[in-house]
Design a protein around this ligand. Structure first.
Ligand code: PRP
Length: 177
């Protein structure tokens, strides 16, 4: 993208993301060898990450499902109330589930999702997040696999939005004022 239309400053380049996603894929491949695996992507932010991650996992039996969630509040500040906008299509009872998130921020969404999914009795439940902004955490949750720890900056790109825009950017960027 040319400088003239670049709306943000690159925090993590597409090349660094690709390399890290390959590493995460290799780790997940090792950890789930011989066990059917269900990836559960959280809409909308996680779909770009999930699309790359699944192609980095070398596994014969991987299935995918999606959950949609929304938090009330404005674009930059969560109110802490989470609601499901799209439920899973398939049961996860007795299934090894890996929740796929784009960003772990306050932890409110993650906390809600982990509780909601645990109630459905998966065989195991782990989570991977591309980005971890741990300085903003208000719920004590952690992901089993983390792509990058990032500072407290508002980021967009690679699936992440501001007012539904910028998800298509190949890099993770900090929006210019
Ligand atoms: C983002 C992200 C996580 C959540 C993390 O979703 O995808 O689900 O925020 O924030 P938290 O840790 O503070 O709860 P967002 O609400 O921006 O919706 P989107 O995925 O549709 O962009």
């Amino acid at each position: 993208m040319s400088e003239a239309v670049q709306p943000c400053e690159v925090l993590i380049s597409a090349d660094r993301i690709a390399a890290r996603v390959r590493e995460l894929g290799a780790e997940i491949t090792r950890d789930y060898r011989g066990r059917p695996l269900r990836l559960v992507g959280v809409l909308k932010g996680a779909w770009v990450f999930l699309a790359d991650l699944i192609r980095s996992i070398e596994h014969e039996d991987v299935t995918v499902d999606f959950l949609g969630v929304a938090t009330y509040g404005d674009e930059k500040q969560s109110s802490g109330e989470v609601r499901v906008t799209k439920d899973l299509d398939m049961s996860i009872e007795g299934v090894d589930v890996l929740l796929v998130e784009d960003i772990l921020d306050t932890g409110v969404t993650f906390h809600f999702l982990l509780n909601a999914l645990r109630n459905r009795k998966p065989k195991s439940l782990r989570a991977v997040t591309l980005l971890d902004k741990s300085s903003r955490r208000i719920r004590q949750v952690r992901a089993d696999y983390v792509g990058f720890s990032i500072p407290d900056r508002f980021v967009v790109g690679y699936g992440l939005d501001f007012a539904q825009r910028y998800r298509q950017l190949p890099d993770v960027c900090v929006l210019k004022p």
